[in-house]
Design a protein around this ligand. Structure first.
Ligand code: MV4
Length: 443
């Protein structure tokens, strides 16, 4: 492998370019017309315009990206997260072109992308789950019969969904027929597949996910866990590692189960297994087959470079890092900085007229912004990740408050004031949060 095309934009494209540079690999950026002046296009060795602003005509256009790959003669493509990162079709097209897709195989993406198949895999590998239907529920009668045996509340999820889209909570039998039909319709419109399954609904869980990595030679390891309970409308806002409430026994238990699931799927590459955690129990949710936004908190406490390792194993090399049996070193936390109004959360794109980036001990910034950069309105509003670390959670939170207090971004609005509110909330400081924290404690 000599040259890598990065099929993404923003901070993750910059992060991947940096990893390639450290590995001595040449880099090709792709960008849309509106991203001409973006940092990833400037930092890469070469840069190719692949279409107009809207991502369906650029970052999601497989033919355009393959043209750029052919013109520049790359031997690998890194998809980042979002866009085509979990498109089994993209992985298949890359393979057909003889270009290495830096990620799992198309078949692994397809299998794990179907939440019903992922559930079956979890059952086969002895990973705990909530009571739920084993296959798709296609009629109201089937839905009612499961509801009567399992009891309420229930949640209806799309087999092809994920990340919280297209879920319906059902609290009693009267609501069930309507919610069931709505769920099927939405699943069809959003994902092109009406299949849904039903699970018992947990009211106040934490979101705990295990980072794992597997090479092409059958070696697997898990690299600790992350707590991502602080989210709003399925957009994570703060993530940390380790999870502040797990015992050592619980960490090892969930890490080993996650590896077993990956082994059962013959998974290779970087991946994340998501669980809900409540009252000392873990329940499998889904497996993500890509690098995640929040990977830096794991990099810090596990002292590893996950992107470099992901690229190394895509080159056929043997895992150079092992996480099992390792304890996290200190604590790390990430705040996602979005270009949005801190009160209404409405996107707030525009030109950055002044930028001061914080620094000092225990602060890492993954970002693509610079003084004079215009945040476009067409894409995700996340413009920076501030990652703090410390010997313990308290030092980590103090450093995050210090860094966010120092950070200055003028010309647009950001959610920095919102983060500062969360960081001084007593329940958050005590680590007592659930996925409902922002709905209940703060607002
Ligand atoms: C659930 C749940 C409660 N019970 N499933 C949302 C994202 C997707 N991965 C799964 N999600 C949930 N599934 C059952 N059976 C609650 C959520 C959920 C959630 C999960 C993780 C992080 C934030 C969340 C916010 C609302 C709901």
């Amino acid at each position: 492998m000599k040259k890598v095309l990065i099929a993404n934009r923003g901070e993750i494209a910059v992060r991947i370019i940096r990893a390639c540079q450290e590995l001595g690999l040449r880099t090709v950026a792709i960008h849309s017309v509106v991203d001409k002046e973006s940092l990833h296009a400037k930092l890469a060795d070469e840069s190719v315009c692949i279409g107009p602003g809207p991502s369906i005509h650029s970052y999601l256009q497989i033919p355009n990206i393959m043209c750029a790959a052919e013109i520049t003669g790359v031997d690998a493509i890194h998809p980042g997260y979002g866009f085509l990162a979990e498109s089994d079709e993209f992985a298949r097209v890359c393979a057909a072109y003889g270009i290495k897709f830096i990620g799992p195989t198309a078949e692994q993406i397809r299998t794990l992308g179907n939440k019903i198949e992922a559930r079956a895999l979890a059952i086969r590998s002895g990973v705990p789950l909530l009571p739920g239907t084993d296959g798709p529920v296609r009629t109201e009668e089937e839905a009612l019969s499961f509801a009567r045996s399992a009891g309420f509340p229930l949640i209806i999820k799309a087999a092809a969904g994920g990340g919280g889209r297209g879920m319906k909570i059902v609290r009693n039998e009267t609501e069930l027929p309507l919610q069931f039909q709505l769920a099927r319709k939405e699943a069809m419109v959003c994902f092109g597949n009406p299949d849904c399954f039903i699970e018992k609904y947990l009211e106040n869980p934490r979101h705990v996910e295990v980072q794992l990595i597997a090479d092409e030679h059958g070696n697997y390891t898990w690299l600790g866990e992350r707590d991502c309970s602080i989210q709003r409308r399925h957009q994570k806002l703060i993530e940390e590692s380790p999870c502040p409430v797990l015992s050592e026994e619980e960490r090892v238990f969930v890490g080993e189960r996650a590896v077993r699931l990956a082994q059962e799927a013959s998974y290779q590459s970087l991946g994340t297994v998501e669980f809900l955690y409540q009252n000392g129990n873990f329940y499998f949710m889904e497996m993500n087959t890509r690098v995640q936004v929040e990977h830096p908190v794991t990099e810090i406490v596990m002292e590893a470079d996950l992107i470099k390792e992901q690229i190394r194993i895509a080159q056929g090399q043997i895992l150079s890092i092992r996480g099992d049996g390792l304890r996290p070193r200190g604590h790390a936390m990430e705040c996602r900085i979005n270009a949005e109004d801190p009160e209404s959360f409405a996107p707030w794109p525009g030109r950055i007229t002044a930028y001061h980036e914080p620094g000092g001990p225990g602060i890492r910034i993954d970002s693509m912004i610079y003084n004079g950069y215009t945040v476009p309105s067409l894409y995700d509003s996340m413009i920076a990740k501030v990652i703090s670390s410390g010997r313990d959670r308290e030092e980590c939170i103090r450093r995050m408050r210090r860094a966010l207090g120092e950070m200055k971004i003028e010309g647009i609005r950001t959610n920095i004031p919102f983060h500062l509110k969360v960081l001084s909330n007593p329940a958050f400081v005590a680590g007592q949060v659930s996925t409902n924290f922002l709905n209940t404690a703060l607002l």
